[in-house]
Every structure is written in C-alpha cells, then in structure tokens.
Ligand binder design. Structure first.
Ligand SMILES: Nc1ncnc2c1ncn2[C@@H]1O[C@H](COP(=O)(O)OP(=O)(O)OP(=O)(O)O)[C@@H](O)[C@H]1O
Length: 606
C-alpha cells in the first residue's frame, strides 16, 4: 500500500516515488469522480473568476476616490455616492456569486462521494476470490466508508477552496500589477515564502498523516475482527489482551495525530501572520521612502490604501491554501487508497458463450496451484454425468475445497480443463454460471433478516417459490411454525437457528435458484445424525434432476452416491461406488471408512 511506504522515513527515493504515486492516484480518482459533471464544474469556475474580478474592483474604487476626489477635495456628493454604491454592489454581487458557486460545487462533491462509494462497493463485489485471501475486512470497510469521504474533502475543502483562493489571488495580483508593479513585487515575495512553508509542512506532517490513516484502518480492522470472533475471545479469556492491543494501537494513533497537530499549529497560520506583518512594514517603509522624494518617486496615498487592502486579500487565500494542506495530506492518502483498490484487477470477463442446460461436469488433466511451485491439484480427471450424485472425500488438505472452488470459478482453472455441458467454464457468462450453480457452504452465511429474505437473497421470488424451496430442504414445517412464519427475523448471522437449521436454510436458498448443479461443501459436518438424514432425504429427492457434488468428511453422507472420488495429496486416488471402494483391500477409502467407524464407536480419536 503506497501510504505505508509513504510513512517510512528510511527510504527517501522510494518515498518520493510513492508520494508522486499518491498524487497521481488521488488526481486520477478526482477526475474520475468529477467527470460526469465537468461542464457544471467549469461553469462554476467561470463564475468564480467573475466574482474574483468584481472583488478586486473594490480597492480600485477606493484608490480612485482618495486620489481623485478626497485629497484634491474635488468630488461632488452624487459622484462619490455613485462610486460607493457601485463598489458596494460589486462586492455584494461577488459574495453572492461565490457563495452560490461554493454551494453548487459542494453538491458536486457530495454526488462524487456517492458515485465513488457505489463504484468501490460494486468493484469489490467483482473482485476474484484470490483478492479476499489477502484482504482484511475492517480495512476494506474503511476504504468504502472513510476513505471514499476523502473525495469529498479533496473537492470541498481542498480543491474548491484552493481554487477559489487562487482565483482571488490572481485577481488581486493583476490589480496590483496595474497600480504599481514594483510595490506588487514586495507583496509577491509572499509566494515563494509560502512555498517554503508548505514544503516544510509536508515533510513534517506527511508521514504522520499517512500513519494516522493506516492506524485508523487498523483500529477498524481490530474492532471488526473482535466482534466476529467474540465467542472465541470470551471463551479463551482473551478479551483483556485484545483490549491492551487495541489500547496500544489507539495510543499510536493519538501520538500520530499529535504530531500532525503540532505541525499544523506551528507552521501554518502563525508563520504566515508573521510574514504578513513583515511585508506590511516593508510596504509602509517603501511608501515612506518615496514620499520623502526618493528615487522611486511619489506614491499616491490611494495606491497605499489599495495595496494594504489587497495584501489582506492576498494573505487570506494564502492562509486558506496552506491550511488546506493539512486536509490535503489526509484526503490524498485516502483517495489514493480508494484508487488503488479500484485498480485491483477484477476477475477476467468471460466470453459468454455456451450454456449449462443439463449439468454435466467434465474435468480433464486439471492441475492447480495457489502459489507457483506449490501444486494443490495434479492431473485430476473426472466426468460427472448430468443429474448424478458425486461425493468427494479425502484427508484434510487433500484439495477437496480447492476442486470445488475451481468448479465454482472462484479461482481460474487452466483453460479447457473444466467444462460444464461441454463449454469451458471460463467461457460461460458470469450471470448465467451463477444462476446455473448453487452452493451450500460449510458455514452457512445468513443475513440479519427474515427467513424469506435469506432464501430469496435479493432475487424476485414469489411466496410459492420460497416455500417450495423450503419444502425441498425439509425446512417448511419449522419456518411456518415460527411466530411470524417466513417473515420472522432470524437475528444476526441467523442467531435464532440451530446449526442444522442454518444448513437446511442454506440448502433451501441454493435450491430456490433452481440450479442445474448443486455443490455442498461439508454441509453435514456440523450437524447431528438426525439432521443429516433430513439432508440426505432432500438430496435423494433431487437425484436425477440436479447434478450434486458433495464434499463430505462424514462418509455416511455420500454412501449412496453414484460415485465417490477419493483425493490424496491433490491426486485422484480412487473412484467408484461405496461398495466398490470398500472392496479395494487396503484402499484409502476403506481405511478412511474404517477409521470413521472406530471414531463413531468412540474407539479412535476424532
Ligand atoms: N487460498 C489459498 N491460498 C493458498 N493456499 C491454499 C488456499 N486454500 C487452500 N490452500 C492450500 O491448498 C491445499 C488444499 O486445501 P483445501 O482447502 O482444498 O483442502 P481440503 O481437502 O478441502 O481440506 P479440508 O478437508 O481440511 O477442508 C492445502 O495445503 C491448503 O493449505
């Protein structure tokens, strides 16, 4: 992550490169977010330029009044009144214009955040499973919620305020140039001084800002992890240790914030205020020299009035710009992180040809490894006819789940090695593939919603379809007897259900999509024998209509399967019906089965 490198002071070259990358990433995100409203942004900027021009007129009118009317005492009241009213009107118009445009640009910023947040969420949903192997949930949540706010900060507090200030600065500079270019040069000395201050500030506070953001996202991550693992933490009496860990992170976050605050407090406003006073003294000194008849010649009093006025107008935008650098640091890092996430490659798009109509699976010479040089599956050949019930068994780590993940296209199998109804799996359209297969995972994932919503999962299913799926999973009786029937809230993670009921609900959900192929990943490992029989009955009723591939630790689940594939260290060791496999003397399946029987009888350890 760029920000992490940014916070490391040890490698100046890498830091420079990374800082550039942060700027590049953040600007790319900004452009992307504003693109749909660029004409509105351009129009607003044009209005801001006009407002700055009107604002710059004020001191000019003042100068004209002093030098042409007040000092020579030549002005007539109507003339003076007209000039004053004109200046007032210009000032008010400028204020109204600026206010209106800032509100408009603020709305652009809000809409941009909305767009970015939706884009990030949609993007995360399309990322390949391999991404989630290394992603940390809390940090991802941070990206979608906190960091996408950085776009708003970049727009509202930085870009627009800085832009507005720059336009004001340009207006005042042009007016000063027109009045007296030499005096203007004195005021212009502020610009390099501010550049020095900002560079210094960036060096001091930049790493602290990046560290603060990183620590904040770690705090989020720990919070999310602790809530998810609460039963384990409490049972292991680890809460105090986790509290300490959280406190240590929080302390580091505080220290990092304190460094930021110190840099802000010392470097920004106070230094600029000092500079302002020094330049004002320089201006009055020069004016004094000239009025003594020095080499520069006389300066009109009105010019001095206008310059003092412009100086305050120059100093304020400069203060604003430097003050925004604090926000800019944070926003840049946040925006760069969001952009880095958006650059994360999505799963490759399929060619979208071919269809799954019957549910036949053909696996040929399938090799797979997560990490180069560490093969997990080797030369698997397996043909599963449509409507068949196949079991996959094998010791822990033999590659069962990996095989299933490839059949679900969670990871990419080598092209052509997995075919569904004759079409290579990589060519099937995403929506079609997902509609054709159903998954009952080992740990059923339940939404904090009603049973109906949990079965439908956002699909537009009729009440009849939901009920039919629940009946097929042998869960209808239970759900219908709940206080609000299918509409009873199930609590977070389905807290109101037993593990077996959750498993049956996951089966109902998978069946509600009317899949051609149903995958079960150890769906019976956590349930009692009675519920297992219910699951077996449900599967038996599906036979011939849906292809079923079931990974099972508990071999009784697949005893009746049409065929059982036995994996051993990533290879297909044996294959056949239960009785055929049991007939192989000293065979792997036979040994697994006998071991399980001993475990069931309490003779061997589980
Ligand atoms: N996402 C991953 N990244 C890297 N290696 C992985 C990943 N998932 C699994 N592995 C490795 O692949 C091998 C096979 O794992 P897999 O989960 O497929 O086995 P399994 O037969 O399903 O085991 P179990 O019965 O314990 O669930 C293991 O050595 C495991 O460490």
């Amino acid at each position: 992550m760029p920000a992490d490198v940014l916070s490391s002071p040890a490698k100046p070259t890498a830091e420079r490169v990374t800082r550039r990358a942060v700027w590049g990433d953040a600007s790319a995100l900004l452009l992307r977010a504003a693109r749909p409203e660029r004409s509105l942004v351009l129009r607003s900027v044009a209005w801001l330029v006009l407002a700055a021009g009107l604002e710059a007129l004020g001191p000019l009118v003042g100068k004209y009044l002093i030098d042409n009317h007040y000092l020579p005492r030549t002005g007539t009241w109507p003339e003076i009144l007209a000039l004053l009213l004109g200046a007032l009107a210009a000032g008010w118009l400028a204020t109204a214009l600026r206010y209106g445009q800032m509100v408009r640009l603020g709305s652009v910023a809000m809409r941009s955040v909305q767009r970015v947040r939706e884009e990030v969420y949609a993007h995360v949903m399309r990322l390949p499973m391999a991404f989630f192997d290394r992603a940390i949930t809390g940090q991802l949540v941070s990206r979608v919620t906190n960091d996408s706010e950085a776009v708003k900060t970049l727009f509202v507090q930085v870009l627009f305020v800085v832009l507005d200030s720059l336009i004001l600065l340009a207006g005042a500079t042009v007016a000063m140039l027109w009045l007296d270019w030499r005096l203007m040069l004195i005021v212009a000395a502020m610009v390099p001084a501010v550049a020095v201050i900002v560079t210094l500030y960036q060096r001091l506070s930049g790493p602290a800002v990046a560290r603060t953001r990183q620590l904040r996202s770690e705090l989020n991550a720990q919070m999310a992890e602790s809530i998810a693992g609460m039963p384990v933490l409490q049972a292991a009496n680890a809460t105090a240790r986790f509290r300490e860990r959280f406190a240590a992170l929080n302390q580091a976050h505080y220290a990092s914030r304190a460094t930021e605050l110190r840099a802000n407090a010392w470097l920004l406003r106070p230094v600029l205020d000092l500079l302002n006073v020094a330049l004002l003294a320089g201006l009055i000194w020069t004016f004094g020299l000239r009025s003594q008849g020095g080499a520069l010649g006389a300066v009109e009093v009105g010019v001095l009035y206008a310059f003092i006025n412009y100086m305050s107008r120059v100093i304020e935008p400069l203060i604003q710009i430097t003050m925004q650098f604090a926000q800019l640091q944070q926003a840049l890092v946040g925006a760069a992180r969001v952009h880095a996430l958006l650059k994360e490659a999505e799963a490759p798009k399929a060619a979208e040809h071919g269809e799954v109509t019957r549910g036949a699976i053909d696996i040929r010479a399938l090799d797979f490894s997560y990490l180069p040089g560490h093969p997990v599956l080797r030369g698997i050949d397996l043909r599963i006819p449509a409507g068949a019930f196949y079991g996959i068994v094998g010791h822990t780590g033999s590659g069962k789940t990996t095989l299933l993940s490839l059949l679900l296209r969670f990871y990419a199998a080598p092209p052509g090695s997995v075919r569904l109804d004759g079409t290579p799996i990589e060519a099937l359209g995403e929506d079609h593939l997902r509609a054709s297969v159903g998954l009952v995972p080992q740990d059923p994932f339940l939404l904090a919603a009603s049973a109906r919503e949990n079965i439908a999962m956002g699909r537009t299913l009729t009440g009849g379809q939901v009920e039919e799926a629940a009946r097929a999973a042998h869960l209808h009786g239970f759900l219908a007897a709940l206080p609000q029937g299918y509409d009873t809230p199930l609590g977070e993670g389905g807290a109101r259900l037993s593990v077996g009921q959750k498993q049956l609900l996951a089966i109902a959900r998978a069946l509600a999509g009317q899949p051609r192929i149903l995958f079960l990943d150890e769906a019976t490992s956590h349930i009692d024998s009675e519920t297992e029989q219910v699951v077996q009955r449900a599967l038996a009723e599906l036979r011939g209509r849906v292809t079923i591939v079931a990974i099972a630790h508990r071999l009784s689940t697949v005893r009746d399967a049409d065929s059982i594939a036995v994996l051993n260290h990533g290879r297909l060791a044996e294959q056949g019906r239960h009785d055929e496999l049991m007939a192989i003397d000293g065979g792997l399946y036979q040994r697994l089965y006998q071991l399980q029987q001993l475990q069931d009888e309490g003779i061997a350890p589980a």
